[in-house]
Design a binder for this molecule. Structure first.
Ligand SMILES: NC(=O)c1ccc[n+]([C@@H]2O[C@H](COP(=O)([O-])OP(=O)(O)OC[C@H]3O[C@@H](n4cnc5c(N)ncnc54)[C@H](OP(=O)(O)O)[C@@H]3O)[C@@H](O)[C@H]2O)c1
Length: 240
């Protein structure tokens, strides 16, 4: 099934800034009937449409996830965008920083999916989940080795869930962006795509029903290399 954005009821985690904020705007523009904008601090959300509903959600807090499911019980398109970049060099990062990335990027994402399953299963005509991963899910970027490991684990979880969810009429799509011009990588000097353009690329990929969405030019280029040779892709990342 290909998810039609128009008329959908979407939920975006980490919607207060960066890519999440841009996804909310893009969804409204594309005609979503309602968009739950989920954030740890709802005061940081800017509601630019009556179709945007603020939702408190720290994806690492089970009681907040349960409350979000009760409130957003009509979701048909769940976008797991919330992400953390806390651990850099995998040789020297503290255990606490490594844990922080895994807590949000892997366990938080999985916990949100598990909790929203009953809601998504009820969706007439099927539902779609979109996990915002990273090119670093496919091979490690050594300067961000800890973060890369968490995104690779989230990719593995995505692959494990896909056939299980398919049997429940829920599609699970993976987004594998290159660098986006957000707070997350502001210290890294490299060409970046704007959050708005990346969000457009994500929605275009959802519209085409792509299981792997490479939403920006760098991701498309690297995605082509990954398809050609996983080893060359790994070497290219290692040489940055
Ligand atoms: N920027 C890049 O180059 C890049 C590239 C590839 C993939 N990505 C992925 O794209 C997604 C969005 O990243 P971004 O670039 O927009 O980063 P960002 O500007 O740092 O924003 C991260 C968002 O996630 C939220 N968040 C973090 N931990 C959370 C938690 N436990 N519960 C709920 N929300 C949480 C943040 O909320 P607070 O404001 O409360 O901290 C913020 O809204 C992430 O999954 C990231 O890994 C980013």
């Amino acid at each position: 099934m290909v998810m039609k954005i128009e008329g959908s009821v979407a939920l975006v985690t980490g919607a207060n800034r960066g890519l999440g904020k841009a996804l909310v705007s893009a969804l409204v523009e594309a005609g979503a009937a309602k968009v739950y904008a989920a954030a740890r601090d709802v005061r940081k959300l800017s509601a630019d449409s009556s179709r945007v509903v603020p939702l408190a959600l720290d994806t690492t807090k089970p009681e907040q996830i349960a409350a979000a499911v009760r409130k957003a019980n009509d979701v048909t398109l769940l976008i797991n965008n919330a992400g953390a970049l806390t651990s850099y060099d995998v040789l020297t990062a503290s255990q606490a920083d490594l844990d922080a990335d895994f807590r949000t990027n892997v366990h938080g994402t999985l916990a949100v999916i598990r909790a929203f399953l009953p809601v998504l299963e009820r969706a007439a005509g099927g539902a779609t989940i979109v996990n915002v991963l990273s090119l670093t899910s496919l091979a490690s970027f050594p300067a961000l080795g800890g973060y890369s490991a968490s995104k690779a684990a989230a990719w593995s979880v995505t692959q494990a869930l896909r056939p299980q969810l398919k049997a429940k009429h829920i599609d699970l799509l993976a987004v594998l962006p290159g660098p986006i011009d957000t707070d997350m990588v502001k210290a890294l000097p490299m060409p970046k795509t704007s959050p708005a353009d990346t969000a457009k690329g994500v929605l275009a990929g959802i519209g085409r029903g792509e299981e792997e969405i490479f939403p920006d030019p760098m991701a498309q280029q690297m995605g082509a290399l990954w398809n050609k040779s996983h080893k060359e892709f790994e070497r290219a990342f290692a040489s940055f």
